[in-house]
Design a protein around this ligand. Sequence first.
Ligand SMILES: *Cc1c(COP(=O)(O)O)cnc(C)c1O
Ligand SMILES: [Zn+2]
Length: 420
Amino acid sequence: MAVSHLECKECKAEYPLEALYVCERCFGPLEVAYDHSRSQRDVGALRRRIQGGPQNIWRYADFLPLAGGPPGPSGRLASRVGLPAGCTPLIRADRLAERLGLREVWVKNDAANPTHSFKDRVVSVAVTRARELGFETIACASTGNLANSVAAHGAALGMDSYVFIPADLEEQKILATGVYGTKLVGVRGSYDDVNRLCTELCAERDWAFVNINLRPYYAEGSKTLAFEIAEQLGWEIPDRCVIPVASGSLFTKIAKGFQEWTELGLLEGETPKMNGAQAEGCSPVASAFAAGQAVCRPVKPDTIAKSLAIGNPADGPYALELARNTGGSVDAVNDDEIRAGIALLAQTTGIFTETAGGVSTAVLSKLAARGDIDPDERVVLVITGDGLKTLDAVRDTFETYKIDPSVEAFESSVPEAVAV
Ligand SMILES: *Cc1c(COP(=O)(O)O)cnc(C)c1O
Ligand SMILES: [Zn+2]
């Protein structure tokens, strides 16, 4: 196992692999560091080992921050039961590409996870690490999808769970969380209020808050999205990725995934151009990008993309740096553009995404219209959640013909396509 220690992203101070997340010296965030110096360097053997793994994120266990339990044939996987995430489809979307005037667009459909969002990747890793560290209770501060995933993982593993959400979340997300028997706490306030409360609780309770004290491990789970994309493209790196940004963790870790595999020789080439996607009603990172600033000014969110409604993004500065260094950008789209993005994706690919996917699809449209994308680029559009969780976003956007059960009623009410 190559996982080595926790390291401050700012001052590089080293810490043990425990439930720590902030540097005592400079208050910088901690990140997992690896030592791959003793790892397999035979690329063929490495690839075969991955390909021989299970059809879920644990095929990438060698690149994740897990001890893997006691040594031995069963021990390695013993802690990794639960809700297997990952191995979601990467679909070539030619009709979408054509509509946008592009040649090669792929859709990574991470709605196809156990609780229908990419959050199952990060929660699986965080919860597995929490069990290794001996925690019995898991918890989170959520904008919606994390709530679903933590509650489901608690149920799957028989762990107690506490889920904190803004009280005004979409009804579908509340229902799809409470059903698992979690202790669901609706906080009258924004996500940033919820997060502050949970940070206080975290200091007093012996709980594993997946996105607070377990955050370094949680964040690593997002690398599996990059690993899968590369593997599904035949061990190649795409030219560009368009990714929704809330705290900026997913966005920065997808790049880290490509970079780690490039360092190991599993991939060749540059980090993709990284395009972050935000909703105008909560766009601290896009605003800082446009203004040429290195840090984000916190905002009070007001958008239909509630899963992205983080006004004070923890990884904002790193997301900005990444977008700039790779020749990407961070852009924002308004609520109408988000609805149009949801419809465009649905009508050209058959994939129904939640508002966050509407944001990434709308930003891809915007980049294409602006001429930012070379028509020959291979672009991956990341879809992070399922449309059934945000049904209000499509309410009243189409017509239903209501008719009596007769052929005449049908013919007089419903326009029919005429064959040409
Ligand atoms: C959580 C989430 C994201 C990204 O969150 P980050 O905090 O930036 O990692 C994107 N899309 C959906 C649907 C999410 O739930
Ligand atoms: Zn530090």
